[in-house]
Design a protein around this ligand. Structure first.
Ligand code: PMP
Length: 406
């Protein structure tokens, strides 16, 4: 499919919604993304003519739902280039994926005195579970610092590496700074110490292709709703060898082979980690989301987003009193900023008056805010369906905010 932005925008009904009497300028894509018609159709069809539970019944609807459910898993495998279908665990999102690894891998294999390495730019969901584990086990959380551009301090990372570290869990793309981290370097270095690496890919998957085999990461997590898919579904990729060694996360239906009061044996991968009825509609709806991206192609998406990043940076920098928070060497089009003397919440409320949707607050990255001496930033996070005109609209709305506060 050629990259025809106007045609693409028509595939997303939510982009036509009016806010304050005009079509929304949606710049909150790091929080969640709009869905193409094919995703909405798949979810709608499951609820109107396809409702059944999966992996259980032999009746026609159940077999169809199971086939669709498993077809999503197959598409995920291709989408992130996993080696095996058994390595694709369906979760309810990034947060659950990290919590699964913490509860299963963390509780089974970490012990007192061990260290877990994260970075200063992690989302709270990649900090708090590890703190909980540290408290329980007597482990230590170590932090790779960031510099004032919003890049990881790789020199410090090298210095922090040691044999006590039993897991490195880092974000690929920062949701509050837009930084794309050099995770290949991190993984390669980790290999020298035989440290498993978890990559939080929540903000990466919508911007560029992922190849878990090329990355050679041990775990990779992401959420469907940030990938133009439904809410309530996510993915944990794990290397089969590692997943096989890990105990189950939750107990219940589907994750067992045989149950008796004397002894229960567990199902094979990936089902061992999928207890209970999953979010079937959302899993089914995730497949067309990935297919939509594949049909456009990441080469065009990246080229378009590169232009948005360059243009957005250029025009935002011209606004007097505006400081962009996050000027990393490699970025996606996410613009966090501070406008001198104006509270982020006021900015968010006022630009909404012109139909512009941005995020304000700490973006679940309080340590990042602390680093920059701020309580909050305003954040415009763009996706491939955004345009230069969207950026112009934001700039215009920010002009209005400045006038009000002048
Ligand atoms: N990590 C990052 C980098 C994120 O941006 C987010 C969502 N803002 C999460 C983790 C958590 O994702 P979810 O809420 O979908 O579980």
């Amino acid at each position: 499919m050629p990259f025809d932005i106007q045609k693409i925008r028509k595939d997303f009904p939510n982009l036509a919604v009016n806010v304050k009497g005009q079509p929304i300028t949606y710049l909150d894509n790091a929080a969640t993304t709009f869905k193409p018609k094919s995703v909405i159709k798949a979810v709608h069809e499951y609820y109107t003519t396809g409702t059944a539970n999966v992996h259980r019944g032999l009746h026609e609807l159940s077999e169809k739902a199971t086939a669709q459910f498993e077809a999503t898993r197959e598409t995920i495998k291709t989408f992130i280039n996993a080696q095996k279908i058994s390595e694709i665990i369906l979760t309810k999102g990034t947060t659950e994926g990290i919590n699964l690894v913490m509860n299963s891998f963390g509780r089974a294999f970490l012990k007192k005195g061990d260290e877990i390495l994260v970075s200063e730019m992690e989302h709270h969901s990649n900090i708090v579970p590890w703190q909980m584990l540290c408290e329980e086990k007597g482990c230590y959380l170590k932090v790779i610092p960031i510099n004032d551009n919003g890049d990881l301090d790789i020199e410090q990372f090298h210095k922090l590496l040691n044999k006590r570290i039993k897991l490195i869990s880092v974000v690929y793309v920062s949701n509050s700074l837009g930084t794309v981290n050099p995770i290949q370097t991190i993984i390669q270095e980790a290999r020298r110490f035989k440290i498993p690496v978890l990559i939080d890919g929540a903000q990466a998957v919508s911007h560029f292709p992922i190849d878990v085999q090329a990355l050679d990461c041990d775990f990779f997590v992401f959420s469907g709703h940030k990938l133009f898919g439904p809410t309530g579904v996510g993915v944990l990729y794990g290397k089969e060898e590692l997943l096989n060694k890990m105990p189950p996360y939750q107990g219940g239906g589907d994750m067992i082979e045989r149950v008796s009061f004397e002894k229960t044996t567990y199902n094979i991968l990936p089902h061992k980690f999928e207890a209970g009825t999953p979010n079937i509609a959302s899993v089914i709806g995730l497949k067309p989301a990935m297919e939509y991206l594949q049909s456009i192609g990441f080469a065009d998406i990246m080229a378009h987003e590169e232009k948005l990043l360059a243009y957005g940076t250029q025009v935002l920098k011209k606004i007097k009193g505006l400081r962009i928070i996050g000027n990393a060497r490699k970025k996606v089009p996410v613009f966090s900023f501070d406008l001198k003397g104006i509270h982020a919440q006021d900015i968010g409320t006022l630009v909404n008056e012109e139909g512009v949707a941005i995020r304000t607050g700490h973006h679940c990255t309080m340590p990042v805010m602390q680093h920059f001496g701020l309580k909050a930033t305003s954040r415009a996070a763009l996706a491939f369906y955004n345009t230069k005109e969207d950026i112009d609209h934001l700039i215009h709305a920010l002009g209005s905010v400045k006038k009000i506060f002048a």
